[in-house]
Ligand binder design. Structure first.
Ligand code: NAG
Ligand code: NAG
Ligand code: NAG
Ligand code: NAG
Ligand code: NAG
Ligand code: NAG
Ligand code: NAG
Ligand code: NAG
Length: 397
């Protein structure tokens, strides 16, 4: 009996290997949550096939302008959404990260097409969800197969960690590890150090496997200290955001991580973007050389609320007048304590475009962007347990 078992051992081992290979679930970093509010987050999406921007926006149920803004693609009247990106291109999809059953996730619905399989749908979402997870979530089985036209739920992992990474305003991006990639490759690509990635993702060892979905911090510009009225905005490094019914474009400059806002030029209905008592428009700067240096006036954006755009003149004196310095960038310290904020009314719903952008006031008060609040990080875990493997082994013996 014992010998027989020993003879079988190689087959058992092979079986274990095959079974565990098939059942090894890619892990993803999860963030527990309690509140029901959502927060701004990013998904890194490697295109499985050539796609139009508008198709990508539709698939992830986001505004195509927001996708363009997150990828720093300029918006021109003729081209909105029509750009085609090739298979394997990598895009950032700005997404509102919700709290579902105590874990941060993105919930989407997907209409099944004739030739779809669970695996094909998983591929369509850049493997941010596995076919197996889709099957479990929707109760798909041989007895209950996918049917064309059916609407299924899609859950993708996202994290926010209070939009703070060690006190630096950040947006976290869900990233599917590609084959051949290591933590240090990924760190170099996104400007993060390995130690940081290990901490954020709660890794026991500084290694990840292809298919794992990790959280990567992207440092961001935040309006938290800019003294804005009724709006908070967080814009990832190197991208821009549209706000105030798309009238205003705010860029996050990579060098300084300061927000720079000016009229977007894509909506005709925006008028009166001028600062009172001056000929300056939002984002404009007037520089006068004086005997002692330089007097600078800047017309700055100050937030929006209820269809109103707030803006104000900011004066400063500098001991040097530098041509290199960009005086339109407002650093938090330059905010006056008690500014008077003139405002104009925007004509309501005149914008032909939807107004949801990443990190607008839809995401709540700016206190949640407070960079000083300590982040509490997640853990890279497999959500589906390995019990099926043990069931198979128990049956075998
Ligand atoms: C995008 O627009 C900005 C001004 O809004 C301009 O400075 C920049 O050159 C444009 N980039 C491209 C690639 O057209
Ligand atoms: C900001 O919003 C609050 C409530 O929504 C409102 O009472 C207040 O007047 C607003 N502030 C400004 C400057 O509009
Ligand atoms: C912002 O991104 C650029 C690359 O786009 C990078 O060179 C720079 O270091 C980043 N800045 C910060 C503060 O992370
Ligand atoms: C420059 O600004 C200072 C105070 O901000 C003011 O006293 C001075 O008159 C200004 N000079 C000119 C030439 O505008
Ligand atoms: C610069 O000078 C012009 C004309 O003298 C004046 O209208 C403007 O307010 C001055 N700007 C600043 C920043 O002092
Ligand atoms: C800024 O300077 C301009 C003149 O350049 C003046 O009209 C305006 O009142 C000043 N604003 C503040 C807030 O001091
Ligand atoms: C978009 O703007 C309209 C009118 O300004 C406003 O009623 C609506 O609540 C806004 N939607 C969002 C998501 O901010
Ligand atoms: C996020 O910040 C809020 C207050 O700013 C704090 O109460 C909360 O514990 C923080 N959450 C995490 C996960 O750090």
């Amino acid at each position: 009996m014992r010998n027989q078992l020993l003879l079988q051992l190689p087959f058992v081992l092979i079986l274990i290997f095959i079974v565990s290979f098939k059942l090894t679930h890619a892990k993803s970093t999860i963030e527990p949550c309690t509140s029901s509010d959502s927060c701004p987050s990013l998904l890194s999406y490697v295109l499985p096939w050539d796609s139009k921007l508008s198709e990508i926006a539709y698939r992830f149920q986001v505004n195509v302008f927001d996708v363009m803004a997150a990828n720093s693609i300029n918006i021109t009247a003729s081209s909105v959404g029509n750009q085609i990106f090739g298979a394997r291109s990598q895009l950032k999809v700005p997404i509102s990260c919700s709290c579902v059953d105590g874990i941060r996730r993105v919930m989407l619905s997907y209409i099944v097409r004739a030739a779809d399989s669970l695996d094909l749908i998983s591929e369509g979402y850049g493997r941010l969800v596995s076919g197996e997870q889709l099957g479990t979530l929707n109760g798909i089985s041989p007895n209950n197969p996918l049917t064309s036209g059916q609407s299924i739920l899609v859950q993708l992992p996202c994290t926010c960690f209070n939009n703070s990474n060690n006190g630096v305003a950040s947006v976290f991006m869900s990233y599917v590890v590609q084959s051949g990639e290591s933590l240090s490759n990924i760190g170099v690509e996104f400007g993060a150090i390995v130690k940081e990635l290990v901490g954020i993702n709660g890794l026991d060892q500084p290694t990840v496997d292809p298919g794992d979905i990790m959280a990567i911090p992207i440092s961001a510009c935040s309006s938290a200290n800019l003294n804005w009225y009724n709006e908070s905005l967080i814009v990832p490094n190197g991208s821009y955001a549209l706000t105030a019914s798309n009238c205003i474009k705010c860029i996050c400059r990579p060098s300084t991580l300061n927000l720079q806002c000016f009229p977007s030029g894509i909506v005709n209905a925006c008028s009166h973007l001028q600062c009172k008592g001056s000929n300056l428009f939002i984002g404009d700067v007037s520089i006068n050389r004086t005997a002692t240096g330089c007097n600078v006036s800047t017309c700055v954006y100050r937030g929006h609320n209820g269809g109103k755009i707030f803006r104000g003149l900011l004066n400063s004196s500098h001991s040097h007048c530098s041509d290199d310095e960009d005086y339109s960038i407002v650093s938090p310290v330059a905010s006056p304590e008690n500014p008077t904020v003139p405002y104009i009314s925007l004509p309501p719903s005149q914008s032909p475009f939807p107004n949801r952008t990443i990190g607008t006031d839809a995401y709540g008060p700016s206190s949640r962007l407070n960079p000083s609040s300590a982040p509490k990080y997640g853990r890279l875990v497999s959500e589906a347990p390995y019990y099926s493997l043990w069931v198979v082994l128990c049956l075998f013996f």
